[in-house]
Write a protein that binds this ligand. Structure first.
Ligand code: PMP
Length: 428
């Protein structure tokens, strides 16, 4: 094993390294690998953890609403499900709606309704202002947030995501200067892909944006990984609804979450937390698209997860499956790339991703090299609006699905590709 230090190597040394690395790369290529580090979804082993949910209802559909859950109705969800997930989102029991199987759908609808229909008594539609609606996008971020906006004709303005959350000086300046900025995407705990947990101070400043921004501004608070810590000492997140209440801005926030990475990613439940005024407007619009959600699924989630303690225990079982996978990724990165001057990465305490930065200009080449050697990575650029990473350096590594052995092999290839691309860049 060589420890390369890129900026201290002579040209002769770099050439030697290039030869050795290229030989190693050819061996990987010849070994016919077919590995995939692209998917931010639970492994079968994790999905198995929730299989008891399938039979848990039996023929007992009794529930607190005393309605027939097999029938239409209950657009906002059943009370016991609201109670369970209101705690996750940090809102009151009457500030939550339980939806279908996807929080992304709720987010898409929220943006759509705000753009085209407005918030009822809380304000007119963004479109009625006659200007292109804009959203702030902390980067790197979640590509599907960006594509919601792209699909609805909303322009995305990137802002830096720092170690403690979005660059709030930049965010505040932008929203003050441009009233057509109507929203900001936030994944506040274990963000996708950087694993960032927003600091209390950043949460408080986001809670105050409603006062700084023009009319009808909303923070889209996608707390998708709210309870998805990898260890018991992972940092907590401040309660944004409480902060908003303190500042009188509770109408400026939409909170989202789901059990996609708690129970089943295709058959979970989603939830939205918002002020009563927002909830009323949102529900009225939502009621135009459906009569009600799958309440039987909601009930089996409550029977299975029970309460906050039950949920926490279940998430520890997920962590037991996930943590060793992250450990292998980080071991390869530390052993192969620490102190080489070739890369930097985060060491997440929760969520689903490791965010990795190559030297500027190399992400696409590394992804391509890895692909040619049989290791699939998320396309470079995917973590930026319009797929454009201005520095071409960010790569999202998703280790949840492959086996430990597969991750081990894939990461050996990945590290080789990073070194090879870095040495070649230095030589060129
Ligand atoms: N938000 C974030 C930040 C995510 O990473 C994901 C899943 N990759 C989602 C939302 C999708 O959530 P759902 O399955 O509830 O639509």
């Amino acid at each position: 094993v060589m420890t390369l230090q890129l900026d201290q190597a002579s040209t002769t040394q770099l050439r030697e390294w290039e030869t050795t690395l290229a030989q190693e790369y050819q061996q990987f290529k010849a070994s016919g690998l077919n590995l995939d580090l692209t998917r931010g979804k639970p492994s079968a082993e994790q999905l198995d953890l929730s299989d008891a949910m399938n039979l848990i209802l039996g023929d007992d559909l009794s529930n607190e609403s005393n309605t027939d859950l097999r029938n239409y109705g209950g657009l906002d969800g059943i009370p016991e499900c609201k109670r369970l997930f209101a705690k996750v989102l940090g809102v009151a029991n009457d500030e939550i709606l339980i939806g279908g199987n996807s929080s992304l759908t709720l987010m898409y609808f929220a943006v759509l309704f705000a753009q085209n229909q407005g918030f009822g008594a809380l304000g007119a539609s963004w479109a009625s202002e006659g200007k292109t609606t804009k959203f702030l996008a902390p980067v790197p971020g979640y590509d599907r947030h960006f594509s919601v906006c792209e699909h609805l004709g909303i322009e995305l303005i990137p802002v830096a995501l720092n170690d403690d959350g979005p660059d709030m000086d930049a965010v505040e300046q932008l929203v003050k200067a441009d009233p057509s900025i109507k929203g900001i995407w936030c994944v506040p705990r274990f963000s996708n892909p950087t694993g960032t947990v927003y600091s209390d101070q950043v949460v408080d400043r986001l809670a105050q944006l409603g006062k700084l921004a023009g009319s009808n501004f909303r923070v889209f608070w996608d707390n998708a990984y709210a309870v998805h810590s990898l260890s018991d000492d992972a940092p907590e997140l401040a309660n944004i609804m409480d902060r908003c209440r303190a500042h009188g801005t509770e109408d400026s926030i939409y909170i989202f979450g789901s059990t996609s990475k708690i129970t089943y990613a295709g058959a979970g439940v989603s939830f939205a937390g918002m002020s009563k005024g927002n909830l009323k407007a949102f529900s009225q619009h939502l009621g135009m698209s459906q009569i009600g959600p799958d309440k039987i699924n909601q009930l089996r989630h409550v029977r299975f997860l029970k309460d906050s303690e039950g949920l926490a225990a279940h998430m520890r079982a997920h962590a037991a499956v996930l943590k060793p996978r992250f450990d292998i990724v980080l071991k390869h990165l530390r052993e192969g790339l620490a102190d080489t001057g070739m890369a930097s990465w985060n060491e997440p305490q929760g969520g689903y991703f490791v965010s990795f930065d190559t030297l500027p200009g190399l992400a696409k080449e590394v992804v391509q090299l890895a692909a040619d050697a049989g290791v699939k990575l998320t396309p470079a650029g995917a973590t930026f609006p319009y797929g454009k990473d201005p520095d071409n350096k960010n790569i999202r590594i998703a280790p949840s699905v492959p086996s430990l052995e597969e991750i081990d092999r894939a990461m050996a290839v990945f590290v080789n590709c990073v070194k090879l691309a870095s040495v070649r860049q230095r030589l060129s």
